[in-house]
Design a protein around this ligand. Structure first.
Ligand code: URA
Length: 248
């Protein structure tokens, strides 16, 4: 090892291929070659200035610059980079952006709202790493009128698939007929977590929108539209205190 070498997954992330975790998956899938040899082992050191690294046969080159985008994802789009069922993918909404960006985390097919996309694998990793406890805020429309006791249960944590959820913040926004609109802020990112949480207290949701990452809010961004983010915007993602105003 010399000071020009770097772990293969770190190099792929730095080149904007995917977050480091995702880059590891890509390596395991046998899609990466170093000097023509498929590498599936983790932690292999490479020297990108002397070795040829390819993903699916295409040369992987260092990034020229990082891009950060906030998209208001409409329902009916998947947040994966391709879909075996041929459903629309979110990156098809990034009109005019030729750089390959990938979503930071996921939103379900039927979930709307704030979705960050970037080619900065390190930042994507940081946002998703549990130690940074980046909060995500959602507005959920649920069936029925959850009692104060049930709301408190969700706030304090409930057992989902054998593991207690971390403390959450909930706030009732409106009660309308036999449905309730609730704002919920969590910092975990388990698959379908918000849906499972409301299901667990007997109030399944029928509409879900993510309104913020940390203090970075969707604001008035229209569904299907995106905006470029500045350094100051990115800092807001890591702010932990969530103001009570709606969608500001
Ligand atoms: N929780 C869910 O249940 N679905 C999402 O899309 C995001 C969070």
């Amino acid at each position: 090892m010399n000071n020009r070498t770097v772990r293969l997954q770190k190099y792929l992330a730095a080149c904007g291929i995917a977050s480091r975790r995702k880059a590891e998956e890509i390596i395991t899938q046998g899609r990466v070659t170093v000097d023509g040899q498929v590498v599936t082992a983790m932690g292999v050191q490479v020297d990108p200035s002397h070795q040829e690294i390819r993903l699916d046969g295409t040369l992987v080159l260092p990034q020229e610059g990082f891009l950060y985008v906030l998209l208001n994802k409409p329902a009916g789009y998947v947040t994966t980079m391709s879909d075996p069922q041929g459903r629309p993918i979110v990156t098809s909404l990034l009109h005019g952006i030729t750089t390959r960006l990938f979503p930071v985390g996921r939103l379900d097919f039927d979930t709307e709202g704030a979705l960050l996309l970037t080619n900065d694998g390190e930042l994507a990793q940081k946002i998703q790493h549990p130690s940074y406890e980046v909060t995500k805020t959602y507005e959920a429309q649920v069936y029925g009128r959850p009692s104060a006791a049930k709301i408190l249960q969700l706030e304090q944590g409930i057992i989902l698939e054998g593991k207690k959820t971390a403390p959450a913040q909930l706030h009732i926004l409106a009660r309308k007929g036999s449905t309730t609109s609730i704002r919920i802020t969590i910092h975990e990112g388990r698959k379908r977590q918000v849906k499972k949480m409301f299901q667990a207290i007997g109030h399944p949701l029928f509409h879900l929108q993510r309104t913020a990452y940390g203090n970075l809010f969707l604001g008035g961004l229209l569904p299907g539209k995106f905006q470029f983010l500045t350094g100051d915007d990115l800092k807001k993602i890591f702010l932990k205190k969530i103001p009570l105003q709606k969608n500001k």
